[in-house]
Design a protein around this ligand. Structure first.
Ligand SMILES: Cc1ncc(COP(=O)(O)O)c(C=O)c1O
Length: 347
């Protein structure tokens, strides 16, 4: 079904936004002559170098087309098919990837309850009672989303706790960082503080939700995990031939703190949207607004009326909870216009 969005910018998804002008200019600038395909080019070399400046010089960086591919291939690198991957029940890998992680890794996902999108060490412990018993899948990866699908953010300490627990039980910590920039901006920390230095082993580093056209990176902090990745990426259909155009986008994003500016802006707009909506008595904000997502209970009968003007997703039909996302290009006027419509509609 085509969702006709009336205003220029809606709050449906940070994926609905266009491309940041600096990133677009970088794509155009990269459109110059021939370079070697499949990543053996100066754009890719510079982008990988920038990643290493942000994440540590031993980071192994591989570019891929999209986030599902980054998750699936990163997880595959750390697992065998008798393993299990522990994740939040709300995790993108659990609910929004059409079973791709299970299909390509062969692993069973073990989702745990996560009202705020986060998982805690205490929830993982009971899943380890059959370790070593061949009738049961063997937990091998803890996968968390940072920022989470519920717009919350793990602190460096929380990640460190999960990593320590994982490593103490022969497991790995995987981070779905489709919104890692929003998380780092929210915490006001360096990217390294919530990845390498927090003990993360495998990271999907997002680009598309933070102003890129497309492209994500799989980053390994333990080089042995990357051993066969160049083959896995190709078999997994994620080796971009014209890689320079992904690399050029990452170069733009990771230079001059553009990644942080975009994410800070999106986060600030989400805060503003939430605080305006919270003033409307019939609306309840349901989650802490720590990144660029706002979750709110909106009386059911008004939802279709609002969606006619501004498409957005219903997160929970039963409770009439909706999800609103801000992006790098959300403006204060967008919020004022939307809130005015909400006020006019909900009487
Ligand atoms: C948390 C999270 N992970 C991963 C993805 C990657 O998705 P895609 O394969 O559409 O790039 C998304 C996209 O919505 C997401 O929200």
């Amino acid at each position: 079904m085509t969702k006709q969005v009336k205003p220029g910018r809606s709050f449906a998804s940070d994926n609905n936004a266009g491309v940041h002008p600096t990133v677009m200019a970088a794509i155009a600038a990269a459109n110059d002559g021939h370079v070697i395909a499949y990543g053996d080019d100066p754009y890719t070399a510079r982008a990988v170098e920038l990643f290493r400046r942000h994440l540590g010089k031993d980071a192994e960086v591989y570019f891929v087309f999209g986030g599902t591919g980054a998750n699936v291939l990163g997880l595959k690198a750390g697992t065998e098919s008798h393993h299990a991957i522990i994740c939040a029940e709300t995790a993108h890998i659990n609910v929004d990837e059409c079973g791709a992680p299970e299909k390509f890794t062969g692993c069973k996902l073990l989702p745990v309850a996560s009202p705020d999108g986060k998982i805690k060490v205490e929830q993982i412990k009971p899943l380890l009672h059959e370790v070593g018993f061949e009738h049961h899948v063997q937990p091998r990866v803890i996968s968390v989303s940072q920022a989470t699908e519920m717009g919350t953010v793990y602190t460096p300490g929380e990640l460190h706790g999960l990593a320590k627990f994982a490593h103490g039980h022969d497991m790995l910590l995987h981070v779905d960082g489709a919104r890692i920039a929003n998380a780092a901006a929210s915490l006001n920390v360096k990217l390294k503080d919530i990845t390498r230095d927090a003990g993360v082993d495998i990271l999907s580093f997002g680009g598309a939700k933070n102003g890129m056209m497309y492209g994500e990176a799989v980053v390994f902090f333990d080089q042995s995990l990357a051993r066969n990745f160049k083959y896995t990426r190709k078999q997994g259909t994620h080796l971009p031939s014209k890689m320079r155009f992904i690399s050029a986008q990452f170069e733009a994003l990771l230079s001059n703190e553009l990644w942080r500016q975009n994410a800070e802006h999106a986060n600030r707009m989400a805060q503003r949207l939430a605080s305006e909506l919270a003033k409307i008595p019939q609306i309840t904000i349901t989650q802490k607004v720590e990144a660029n997502g706002v979750f709110a209970l909106v009386p059911k009968k008004y939802v279709p009326l609002l969606q006619k003007q501004y498409f957005f997703y219903i997160w929970n039909e039963a409770t009439s909870e909706v999800r609103l996302m801000a992006s790098f290009d959300t403006s204060e006027e967008d919020i004022a216009d939307f809130v005015a419509l909400v006020r006019k509609t909900i009487r």
